[in-house]
Design a protein. Structure first.
Length: 295
């Protein structure tokens, strides 16, 4: 690749970055405008998604300025985000357009190295990049890389999601881990789940299935569980809220041989209220059923 070819590849990579930024901006605007909830673009229904748009255009600009770091970051960002979307079944751009964008961004990575190498040979006295520029680009790049890796690990199911999630939102890999550790049964359907573990979903947590409410924890690498049948629960009571904003509830049943469960739930986005509401609805159904049976 000659210097002129490298310059063209860098230009094409810049255009690909701008196209990617424009598509992302369009999807964010549409998702917010229609208040997307169940569609595949619901993940963009958040004004904070505009930060992604800003990152993309910023690094596309740096690619135009022949930045090797920026080219690597934008290529890696899009590649990892596409892997995460495909893994979660939420790919919003077709594979062919995505492959084209990755192709041009990948060539831009190679081209920035070629262009800088040739330019350094032709201009040995050219001024070196200022250190503050490296810090300004490097620190956000490192943070972004960490966030991308963390996000991919969560979306791919290698790490549990933070906060209370529904069974539909929970990754199949995490459900299988719960089943393999006998926390839930293979014939049960997960309705809500909350894991207290950062890397390990079996560390401690609570699961509500279509049949039971389950509390679990790990002692010396052995998972312990306690559960109550949903058709026997008769009370859910708020106990306390700790300094980390986690809340504690107790769930009891009319089965005298069973002890009450002590559930610790995250209050993130108030998702715990959905789980508690589902438990309260089930309790109301149980009271109505028992009242009818005594008539």
């Amino acid at each position: 690749m000659q210097k002129n070819d490298a310059a063209k590849a860098i230009k094409h990579g810049t255009i690909a970055g701008c196209v990617l930024g424009s598509l992302t901006l369009l999807i964010v605007v549409i998702a917010i405008a229609i208040d997307a909830q169940d569609a595949t673009i619901s993940q963009y229904n958040d004004p904070w998604s505009l930060l992604d748009v800003g990152f993309i255009f910023f690094f596309a600009f740096l690619i135009w300025r022949k930045s090797r770091i920026a080219a690597i970051i934008l290529f890696s960002y899009y590649f990892i985000s596409k892997l995460a979307s495909i893994s979660a079944g939420q790919a919003t751009v077709g594979l062919l357009p995505a492959a084209a964008i990755l192709w041009f961004l990948g060539r831009a990575v190679w081209a920035t190295f070629v262009w800088n190498k040739i330019d350094k040979t032709e201009n040995p006295d050219r001024p070196k990049a200022r250190k503050w520029i490296a810090w300004v680009v490097g620190i956000p790049a490192f943070i972004l890389a960490c966030l991308m890796i963390l996000g991919f690990a969560i979306v791919s199911g290698f790490m549990p999601e933070y906060g209370v999630v529904t069974g539909e939102e929970m990754h199949t890999r995490q459900k299988n881990v719960l089943r393999e550790n006998s926390i839930i049964q293979y014939n049960e359907t997960v309705l809500f789940s909350y894991s207290e573990g950062f890397l390990d979903v079996t560390y401690a947590g609570s699961v509500m299935t279509n049949e039971r409410i389950v509390q679990y924890w790990k002692i010396d690498d052995k998972v312990e569980t306690a559960s109550l049948d949903l058709d026997k629960i008769n009370q859910v009571q708020f106990i306390s809220q700790d300094i980390y904003d986690d809340v504690v509830y107790t769930v009891s049943s009319n089965d005298e041989s069973s002890e009450a469960l002590r559930l610790t739930l995250s209050t993130d986005l108030d998702r715990h209220l959905e789980m508690i509401g589902a438990l309260e609805d089930r309790i109301a159904e149980n009271f109505a059923r028992d009242a009818k049976s005594t008539e």
